[in-house]
Design a protein around this ligand. Sequence first.
Ligand code: ARG
Length: 457
Amino acid sequence: MWGGRFADGPNAIMREINASIPFDQALWQQDIAASKAHVAMLAACDIVSDADAEAIIAGLDKVAAEYEAEGVPENWDLEDIHMTTEARLAELIGPVAGRLHTARSRNDQVATDFRLWVRDMVDQTLAGLTELQKALVARADEHADSIMPGFTHLQTAQPVTLGHHLMAYYEMVSRDVARFAQARGRLNQSPLGSAALAGTGFPIDREMTAQALGFDAPTRNSLDAVSDRDFALDFLTVASQCALHLSRLAEEFVIWASQPFGFVRMPDALSTGSSIMPQKKNPDAAELVRGHAGRIIGCQTALMVTMKGLPLAYSKDMQDDKPPVFEAAGLLQLCIAAMTGMVEGADFKTDRMRQAAELGYATATDLADWLVREADIPFREAHHITGAAVKLAEGKGVALEALSLEELQAIDARIDERVYTALSVEASVAARKSYGGTAPDQVRAQVARARSELEMG
Ligand code: ARG
């Protein structure tokens, strides 16, 4: 009745819904490493003989070599990577293979493998983020003096330097790096030896396997160890935050590369043309980084929803933990690489940026600040006087500094000719030398600090 394409009825459906081998084969290296550590421990604790352990380890090496050369075979009857490996081991070395699974369950096995996989991915992600940080710092150094409009509400606000803008992203990425490092610290405990859920009656040494696999310690509660996935959620949460930062940077590039802005020419290698409009050069890579952030956040949501209703300990729902983590990890790596290439290869149009900074009365705050400093006028009143000057300039269709001294003095007699030195965009950025401000000297100080953090020299 309900078999449809499942010629064998419910059995075929069960096989297909149950099989995780199509995706969890990605864990094969971790699975082999954890099995080798486990059987070495069983031998050290006299639970299996040294000869059997040696045969199993040699067999596992052979299975690994086969996977390396030919890929992991996908047989749905063997369900997952754990059963696939054990079955092949038995074909290669015979019944002694059956001793490998002593004092172990697939529940602690998969929790261990997956932690190892996420740990490797955190390390790869951190390496990628370091490259992005270096690219940001190098371009910021180059553009510590390049003036551009700073925006609030995407309306011209005050002049800033491009170096300052790029270093803002350096700070965000630095916090992402710290979050990944903290997530790594939390996940680095070994579930191996928790067995199915309750621990084991065999006299195992969990410290030994933890150490062999580079974990800081064994997990402290077997029920928790086999049934929690917060290490994976930690990864997805941090990945989401990082993707969000990358997406915002990507969005800047999309805006800057548009013709009305013209602040940047994107590297050819990370752009595409249009099949119909010959003049087009589209920032596809940036748009896809923006798009992928949505997918990564979706992966985080997917696993949260999978986990939220599960009682202790393992439930099969948890097999679904892997696809979102694999997907998000791959997408994030790609996004980091794309943004690094974009930052390295961007051709910033600094003349255009500077011109844009002069539009929109970006130095109005400097006039108000000058009135406070030089004429001792309270800021609120200075703000009001400046508003009148902007209104006048706007009416005449000219820049603030194009107003004559007479015109300015008609608005407030306390203004004198020294005010003109405050109204240029150069003077505006140079004045903002408070700690962390946009003044080129401050930007250079940020760059120097970052260079030493990154040991860039
Ligand atoms: N393939 C399973 C998973 O990824 C392995 C654990 C199976 N455990 C069980 N009790 N059926 O979750």
